[in-house]
Design a protein around this ligand. Sequence first.
Ligand SMILES: Nc1ncnc2c1ncn2[C@@H]1O[C@H](COP(=O)(O)OP(=O)(O)OP(=O)(O)O)[C@@H](O)[C@H]1O
Ligand SMILES: [Mg+2]
Length: 492
Amino acid sequence: MLLRTTNVSKQFNGVYALKDIDLEIEKGEVHGLVGENGAGKSTLIKILTGVYSLDQGDIYWNDQRVDITDPVESRKIGINVIHQDYVLIPAFNSVENVYLGSEYPKKNGRIDWKSMRKEVEVKAGELGIEIDLSKAAYELTPPQRTCLEIVRAMMTDCQLLILDEPTASLTDKEAEILFSIIGKLKERGTSILYVTHRMDEIFRLTDRVTIFKNGTKSGVVETNKIDKDGLIDLMTEKWKAQAISHSSAIGEVALEVKHLASRDGIVKDMSFQAHTGEILGIFGLGGSGRTELLECIYGYRAVKDGTITIKGKESRKRTPRNSIQEGMVLISEDRRGKAMIGGMSVRENITLSCMERYTKAGRFERKRESEAVRQQIDALQIRTTGTEQRAIELSGGNQQKVVFAKALMTGPNIFLCDEPTQAVDVKTRNEIHKLLRERADAGSAVVFVSSDLKEVLDVADNIQIMSRGRSKELLKNEGLTSNEVLACCYDK
Ligand SMILES: Nc1ncnc2c1ncn2[C@@H]1O[C@H](COP(=O)(O)OP(=O)(O)OP(=O)(O)O)[C@@H](O)[C@H]1O
Ligand SMILES: [Mg+2]
């Protein structure tokens, strides 16, 4: 047995985040870990990697009891992790990032960049990873960043690689690259602990899967002895996914974009229309400019050319403030970056964009504000100790829900959604889809970007293909298959 934990427990503010966790990982096994948002998955990972200390319990590594006191110790015994949020330093190039936290080799008293680069090239080569090593991390696409983190993890002797939702922002094709790397690692005898909310990945990749529910272990099973519904049953109280209906009445044009180009050249020539009553999916491969397109429309990113017309009025001056006033909102994928302020409370984050609503005759109505926030927490089932908890303390998926609640508070009727369900568990994902459909049925227009093609096919009425910054086909989502959509994404 490579890793065994017994009775591991951890509390935060007197509440158990984990209780009596027994986990076993064999050598060379791909072990899945699933559970709802806030179930304790990342907390366990942080204990195994020395970020948090455990309150109770023991950890055995190769049948020896070990104390994992800090991240350096964890790496030393052979545990490496790719966290839910990227940890690469944006301005550092790939070689610098790979060597982050380890000692730089020296030659004649100077840092030996040449041998560092060589070493990284060799490791990347072994795994079949191709990245331009001179590029800074911020210039890489999400899958390239994930690959780079894997190279970084494999630089030291790694016996257990932990992946915390690695595919959350990858398209299917990019995820394939990751899966093939996982296959190679497994062949070499490296064990993998794989955390995901995507059930199909569990069935495809893992040998066994452990299920968490509310901080406790509710089961461990061999993957081929269970099905999706069985897993969901172990994760949640009785619940069944509901199919999302398609639109019955698509109305007038709510948002029209014509020949849009961004100043930085990422969006080149994009045109589309989103109607009231419609969920319009926008799909393209990673790096096609989906996020940048939404940022241009919302006013985060400078526009060079083209027009944006909102409810029949051409809008020349795009700023987020104007967007909100015009009833448009951007629900962004980037939790830590733009969408949320970690140090602020859940309440402050949720009402950040609509403070003036709670000011009457110069006085701030705190009570009314708190009431509205509590309603959102209930509606989206945000797992928090209360309105005043700092947002950074919430689990990844619950942070995403806060971002969603904040958007709903502005009372929008045009939704720009960029990976709105990234990192969100199956149940909440379904709730968010339902909620967007309800808004569309009530006359809103929803523009929905997701790298998960299956998700786009589930929710969208129509799908606008985007490739290298340009609009391509517009597909009606009736009996459409993922292959048909993908075929449109590649250059012919
Ligand atoms: N630093 C912290 N301070 C206070 N509470 C915390 C902290 N870290 C985690 N928690 C709490 O512990 C619980 C478990 O969180 P954890 O991040 O492990 O969940 P998770 O299973 O990874 O969920 P997700 O799927 O949303 O990422 C949550 O209720 C969370 O709010
Ligand atoms: Mg997590």
